[in-house]
Design a protein around this ligand. Structure first.
Ligand code: FE
Length: 148
């Protein structure tokens, strides 16, 4: 479901509570400066600088802020974009999609549903069969190599 970034309300007006809700100070304490800028302020890490761009380790990529499962390495592909890219989430319910009209572009922002942190954007130019390219900041992720 697509929602406006400025509101966390469902179409019927109900607030969607986060499973993980921390104060700004708590987020700052838990995250690095770069992670805070990206995850909590919808920033973007510089292309080709993130630790997972070239990562081929098998495992489950979890939210770096709250730890929930987001993407399996099975869905990772080399997009050449400079950011880790995935064809699909481990479960649709893990993500929340918001329409994003910042920077003079119409894009779809990807957030972690559990904690509301910014992960990246999703585009329609991915490989088949999904045709989706989830373009995710490395610093928004933490791989769990034990799991897939
Ligand atoms: Fe999260």
């Amino acid at each position: 479901m697509l929602r406006s970034r400025t509101s966390n309300k469902t179409p019927n007006g109900a607030e969607t509570p986060r499973e993980v809700e921390l104060s700004e100070d708590e987020w700052r304490g838990r995250l690095t400066q770069e992670q805070y800028r990206v995850l909590r302020k919808a920033g973007t890490e510089r292309a080709f600088t993130g630790e997972y761009v070239e990562c081929h380790v098998e495992g489950m990529y979890r939210c770096a802020a709250c730890g929930v499962e987001l993407f399996s390495s099975d869905a990772k592909f080399d997009s050449g974009s400079g950011w880790p890219s995935f064809t699909q989430p481990s479960a649709d319910s893990a993500l929340e999609l918001h329409s994003d009209r910042s920077m003079g572009m119409a894009r779809t922002e990807v957030l972690c549903r559990a904690c509301g942190s910014h992960l990246g954007h999703v585009f329609d130019d991915g490989p088949m069969p999904t045709g989706q390219r989830y373009c995710i900041n490395s610093c928004s992720l933490r791989i769990d190599p034990e799991q897939r």
